[in-house]
Design a protein around this ligand. Structure first.
Ligand SMILES: Cc1cc2nc3c(=O)[nH]c(=O)nc-3n(C[C@H](O)[C@H](O)[C@H](O)COP(=O)(O)OP(=O)(O)OC[C@H]3O[C@@H](n4cnc5c(N)ncnc54)[C@H](O)[C@@H]3O)c2cc1C
Length: 419
């Protein structure tokens, strides 16, 4: 059975033939003894990197090694908010690059990633919020990125379920709106990139944990040890999100990262009621409605570092209390599932993309609570960096060396929560 090209006709054919017409999206191959490039981590960023290596740079002898199943890390655990209204010029360039790729990603991959630019509304509750968001609006517009300030009445008109009364613990004063922001289907992003990369010759190898990084006498990487045996490669890209510090320690590199649990939860499904994405950085809650009808709700990080993929119950309880205040119509909804992921956080809350002190070893990490939105852009610039050995111009400011040189890209001060 060949991998189908999705089109109206192929869907029609499948409707008549049923499951018989379904082919696996990618073949389950055993690892080869050697590759030109190994990507450690089969999340969206790792799979996107492999896809762009093959599609744009002709590097097709690539393996993506995933210790579990693809998209089983943060890619499949996040609340899928996409936006590019960051404050710093470097971040604006990076996230806007990603948003532009999102716009036609379904066509590029021939896979519906369900990108839905329904608008991201960021609520201001205090004087400080209002000043910060207006500063973002001005900075973004100077950079050609859409972002606008909405009065309280305009915010209510954009999101009718929003409680704009004066009796809230944190009354809403207005909001910043990025209309091109929105959501996408996270699993489809992983599957779409894996399918498209595999079609170009990339091996997607699941249940293959990397346990060591081998280095030659010259210090350069020479391959990895895995739960499925050794594999040689002269170039290795580490894209392991919450476990970056653990993987990089295998090559003797200490990373400026802290890893925290971050939680989300979904409600029972209901008919379409919620028109956009709403975020409140001040009270650490954000919400949208999935195409299945579930309310998708996110909370803040736990305040301690941990590798447990669950978090404190008080964190989601507080997020729900805030959601119920902001949207009283949801007070009687039942929550169905909650889960956690491990996010790796840098001191300036900006990612690290680029070369490392070990020749042949590249790293892409530190996306913290907000890397899903960057998936296409991150993979695109990281593939360039690995293929050419030189940072892509958009990725260059995000080098690991910035922490030694004091060139922070301080989105921590700019955003507090960066979903
Ligand atoms: C609850 C939650 C909500 C979030 N909400 C948002 C949001 O709304 N918007 C947004 O932009 N971002 C959000 N994020 C952040 C976002 O999910 C991440 O930044 C992004 O998904 C990281 O993608 P990735 O591909 O780098 O990581 P992952 O998808 O985690 O992939 C890394 C992979 O590496 C694998 N791995 C680790 N160690 C090894 C090893 N030794 N060998 C082989 N494989 C290994 C893991 O199994 C994992 O699959 C959220 C995160 C969480 C947890």
């Amino acid at each position: 059975m060949t991998r189908p090209h999705f089109s109206f006709l192929s869907l029609l054919r499948q409707a008549f033939l049923g499951e018989k017409a379904l082919a696996p999206h990618w073949p389950a191959r055993p690892p080869k003894p050697a590759y030109d490039v190994i990507i450690i981590g089969g999340g969206g960023h790792g799979l996107a990197t492999a896809y762009y290596l093959a599609a744009l740079h002709g590097v097709r002898n690539v393996a993506v090694l995933e210790r579990g199943w693809i998209g089983g890390g943060n890619t499949g655990r996040n609340t899928t908010i996409i936006r590019s209204n960051y404050l710093m010029e470097e971040s604006e360039a990076l996230y806007e690059h990603a948003v532009r790729l999102w716009e036609d990603l379904s066509q590029t991959l021939n896979y519906n990633v369900m990108y839905s630019p329904r608008g991201v509304l960021m609520l201001a509750h205090t004087d400080h919020d209002e000043h910060v968001f207006k500063r973002h609006v001005h900075a973004n517009r100077l950079a050609g990125i859409d972002n606008e300030w909405l009065s309280l009445a305009e915010a209510k008109a954009y999101c009718p379920p929003l409680n704009t009364g004066p009796d809230l613990r944190y009354p809403v004063r207005g909001a910043a709106l990025q209309r091109r922001g929105g959501v996408a289907r996270h699993d489809a992003v992983a599957w779409g990139y894996a399918r498209a990369a595999a079609a170009l010759g990339v091996d997607i190898i699941q249940n293959c944990e990397v346990t060591a990084i081998r280095r030659g006498a010259d210090g350069a990487v020479s391959g990895v040890e895995t739960s499925r045996g050794p594999i040689a490669a002269k170039k290795i890209g580490v894209v392991a999100a919450g476990h970056t510090s653990v993987v990089m320690a295998m090559a003797g590199v200490r990373m400026p990262l802290e890893s925290y649990p971050l939680q989300a939860l979904v409600s029972e499904p209901v008919k379409p009621i919620f028109p956009c994405v709403v975020m409140s950085n001040t009270i650490h809650a954000y919400i949208s409605q999935s195409d299945k009808g579930e309310l998708v709700i996110g909370a803040g990080t736990d305040s301690y570092v941990s590798y447990s993929q669950r978090g404190g119950i008080h964190i989601i309880t507080e997020a729900l209390a805030a959601i119920c205040e902001l949207f009283p119509i949801f007070r009687r909804m039942r929550m169905l599932r909650s889960w956690g992921g491990i996010v790796d956080v840098t001191p300036d809350r900006s990612p690290i993309i680029g070369l490392t002190p070990v020749p042949g070893l590249f790293v892409n990490c530190g996306w913290g609570t907000g890397g899903f939105k960057a998936t296409p852009g991150s993979g695109h610039v990281f593939a360039h960096t690995i293929a050419t050995g030189t940072p892509h111009p958009i990725a260059a400011p995000f080098a690991l060396s910035r922490f030694r040189e004091g060139r922070f890209i301080d989105e921590a001060a700019a955003a507090a929560v960066a979903h």
